[in-house]
Design a protein around this ligand. Structure first.
Ligand code: NAP
Length: 250
């Protein structure tokens, strides 16, 4: 199998860290990109310790110069990146009437501007190689979620972005797909529990009761789906949104 070079953003913890480990286990070299370089390196060290090949890079995906520098480093240290997982994300939840412009801009900046900047940079290598995979993290919140006008708009935006990349990049052997998780137990959902004043355990239990498979998701549920889209076998699947939510969503 050809060893591919994968870049996973927001990979210092949560879903991103699990995706990075999974892509490494699948045989890819992996660049773990996150705001905090030390935290990214810890994840890379764990991957290297279990027989994989990874490097940790600190970069803010919403910053054009940092994105260019990070992707250039990946190309120099690992090789031409051809797999990109746009996973970095933040929440700044509030009801519309209390949502600040800063809350709105921060969420758009990381999810949409970040995915745009990273994809624009990585596609240079993908189109040259004639092979590529882009996997974007959307969310069930794209369908609408109280208190998340900014996040829902960004995650719906990720779907339109994904479909457009599929249309533009298909002729170069590059596919683009989105994974839209439901409730996944990570620091992000723990922060939501804290904001609404319930314990994380109670929050997970109440959420699980509403999910057809009667459990909340774990990062490995998402890593499995990303692994499929990032693999050789998914070359005829492009522009799709896969809800990974323990039940049907549309
Ligand atoms: P998480 O635990 O909060 O991890 C997100 C990571 O992204 C953090 O390491 C964070 O770094 C990093 N990050 C934030 N802003 C960044 C930036 N500007 N540049 C680079 N990295 C940045 O979140 P998660 O639950 O794993 O979520 C991962 C993705 O899945 C997100 O896109 C999220 O919206 C999506 N998702 C999650 C769920 C869920 O239930 N958890 C559901 C649907 C979709 P810091 O730690 O330094 O802030």
């Amino acid at each position: 199998m050809t060893q591919r070079i994968a870049v996973v953003t927001g990979a210092a913890r949560g879903i991103g860290a699990e995706v990075a480990a999974r892509l490494a286990a699948d045989g890819n070299a992996v660049a773990v990109v996150d705001l905090d370089e030390a935290a990214s390196k810890e994840v890379a060290d764990r991957i290297n310790g279990s027989g994989g090949w990874a490097i940790g890079i600190g970069a803010d995906v919403s910053d054009e110069e940092q994105v260019t520098a990070a992707v250039t480093r990946v190309a120099e240290e690992l090789g031409a990146p051809t797999i990109l997982v746009n996973n970095a994300g933040i929440i700044r939840d509030n009801l519309l009437f209390k949502m600040t412009v800063a809350d709105w801009d921060a969420v758009m900046g990381v999810h949409l501007r970040g995915a745009f900047l990273m994809s624009r940079e990585v596609q240079k290598y993908q189109t040259k190689e004639g092979w590529g995979r882009i996997v974007n993290l959307s969310s069930t919140s794209a369908l609408g979620n109280r208190g998340q006008a900014n996040y829902a708009a960004a995650k719906a935006g990720m779907q339109g972005f994904t479909k457009t990349l599929a249309l533009e990049l298909g002729r170069f052997g590059v596919t683009a797909n989105a994974v839209a998780p439901g409730f996944i137990a990570t620091e992000m959902t723990a922060a939501t529990a804290e904001r609404i004043g319930v314990s994380f355990e109670d929050f997970k239990e109440a959420s699980a009761a509403e999910i057809p498979v009667r459990r909340v998701g774990v990062p490995a549920d998402i890593a499995n789906a990303v692994s499929f889209f990032a693999g050789e076998g998914a070359g005829f699947v492009s522009g799709q949104v896969l809800y990974v939510a323990g039940g049907p969503k549309a």
